[in-house]
Design a protein around this ligand. Structure first.
Ligand SMILES: Nc1ncnc2c1ncn2[C@@H]1O[C@H](COP(=O)(O)OP(=O)(O)OP(=O)(O)O)[C@@H](O)[C@H]1O
Ligand SMILES: [Mg+2]
Length: 343
């Protein structure tokens, strides 16, 4: 069982003291899927980072099976960390390693022989539905496949707990559902406890059994998902539950279908920019290097704690070789690209 007891975490910064997590008390039973929802800056990541010792509480204690994680250091902390796997929004894969080698990485670090690591990694690749893709590189995979690698890698050292920090936020709805189904499946098969952070109630609704709502560092509401959905008490919870998500292009396959019907000629590409990448210079540089017609369909930039995330839908037409060159250029610039159709 996971137990947060009176946990507070403050950060001192130039702007003053930030109360990232305040007076949190939370129990998570083994084998549960516990969702933590809240708007940006609510303290969700800080809270779960205290579970694997990436942050230590300013006061209070964080316990797993009555071992106080927050008091461990050095080799003891490292041993505890093996019991906890983590997956991330942007996958955090090693780009120069194949699928199999990515999954082998934590096994090698833990001191397994290469042969053992390979055998285990192959088994995990199968478990997450990547059979046949073992020798592919991350750049050759779809977002959903990349997250499957992330999940397999997180499971490598047989953890008891899987932490998921917005692991489906970079994925389209269908892929999100596929990854959530996989998480449900491994939760059952391995009796794994999953603590997942999300800002999408859809994710909570689909797989979590319990939910805690965070606001300004505090847990303002918690309980079984159905209870919270039926009778939200706090304003922030009501907002989450009632939130009518305006369909963005990725929201529904129907919208993508409409788009393809409207722009039948070119190749429609979704570009996703992360962090500090300046969006437009990359696109204008691409146009200088390749002869293409470009049509911007829709774009949006969202600010997060980790920086900006931008999504741009463009339609490009021209020679296939120019299109391929442009797509390769975008990948080289580490812009995530997803081709929605290809002539
Ligand atoms: N290392 C740090 N130093 C200073 N302040 C920090 C640090 N880490 C987090 N914070 C602050 O603590 C608060 C909570 O941040 P946290 O990342 O936990 O929020 P979050 O709920 O995960 O947000 P998001 O949904 O954007 O990821 C924010 O105000 C953030 O700026
Ligand atoms: Mg976060």
């Amino acid at each position: 069982m996971i137990e947060f007891k009176d946990v507070t975490k403050t950060f001192d910064s130039k702007q003053g003291t930030v109360h990232a997590v305040q007076d949190v008390n939370l129990k998570i039973e083994d084998g549960h899927i516990y969702g933590i929802v809240g708007y940006s800056g609510a303290g969700k990541s800080t809270l779960i980072r205290m579970l694997n010792g990436l942050e230590t509480p300013t006061s209070g204690s964080v316990n797993i099976d009555e071992v106080e994680i927050s008091a461990l250091t050095g080799a003891k902390l490292r041993a505890q960390r093996h019991k906890i796997g983590m997956i991330f929004q942007h996958f955090n894969l090693l780009w120069s390693r194949t699928v199999l080698e990515n999954i082998m990485f934590p096994l090698e670090i833990a001191g397994n022989s290469k042969a053992d690591a390979k055998q285990k990694a192959a088994h995990l690749a199968e478990l997450v539905g990547l059979s046949g893709r073992e020798n592919a590189y991350p750049a050759e995979l779809s977002g959903g496949q990349k997250q499957r690698v992330g999940i397999a890698r997180a499971l490598a050292n047989d953890p008891q707990i899987l932490l998921s920090d917005e692991a489906t936020s970079a994925l389209d709805p269908q892929t999100t559902d596929e990854v959530l189904d996989l998480l449900l499946d491994i939760n059952k098969k391995l009796n794994l406890t999953i603590v997942l952070i999300t800002h999408e109630m859809h994710v909570i609704r689909k797989i979590a059994d319990h939910v805690a709502v965070m606001e300004d560092g505090k847990i303002v509401e918690q309980g079984p998902v159905l209870e919270v959905f039926k009778r939200p008490q706090q304003a922030v919870t009501k907002r989450f539950v009632n939130e009518e998500v305006t369909p963005s292009l990725t929201e529904t396959t129907a919208v993508v279908d409409q788009l393809l019907a409207k722009y039948p000629k070119g190749t429609i590409v979704q570009l996703t920019f992360h962090g500090d990448q300046a969006q437009l210079p990359i696109v204008s540089e691409m146009l200088k290097q390749y002869t293409l017609d470009l049509n911007i369909i829709e774009g949006a930039i969202h600010q997060t704690q980790e920086g900006a995330i931008g999504s741009l839908y463009i339609q490009i037409s021209g020679d296939q070789s120019q299109i391929n060159g442009a797509l390769a250029y975008l990948q080289k610039m580490r812009v995530e690209t997803e081709v929605l159709n290809r002539e």
